[in-house]
Design a protein around this ligand. Sequence first.
Ligand code: CMP
Length: 138
Amino acid sequence: AGNKTFTMLKPDAVENGYTGAILEQITASGFRIVAMKLTQMTKADAEKFYDIHKERPFFGELVEFMTRGPIVAAILEKENAVEDFRTLIGATNPEEAAEGTIRKKYATSIGENAVHGSDSDENAGIEGSFHFAGREIF
Ligand code: CMP
């Protein structure tokens, strides 16, 4: 039981062969995977998913990056899921991320930062529904 967050292992993490290690760290930290798939976002998907960032100077780069290869999308369940997952992944910029966090260990740069984590319960719901149908969530 508990509440839910949404994550994506981004194209850099999948390309670099970190899928297994990251999923192991996530489950070892007490998160239960309740939905998961390997998928690739289209340009339209990424533009919609990151709509909140559309005025940012890095928006084009972000869409290009997020669509260049497969991602692992997942919904995770745990008590205090959103906040605890953001602690587990670390700061957006891997240079500022705490020792032992997923971004510290596996991210390439501020843009190619290995993993996404929802920033609120509301967004966790929106983002989970963006990638999964109800019958894909267990
Ligand atoms: P995330 O916080 O998961 O969602 C927004 C993403 O935009 C962020 O991860 C990075 O992948 C990307 N991003 C944020 N800041 C920058 C930046 N300064 N330059 C390039 N990409 C960025």
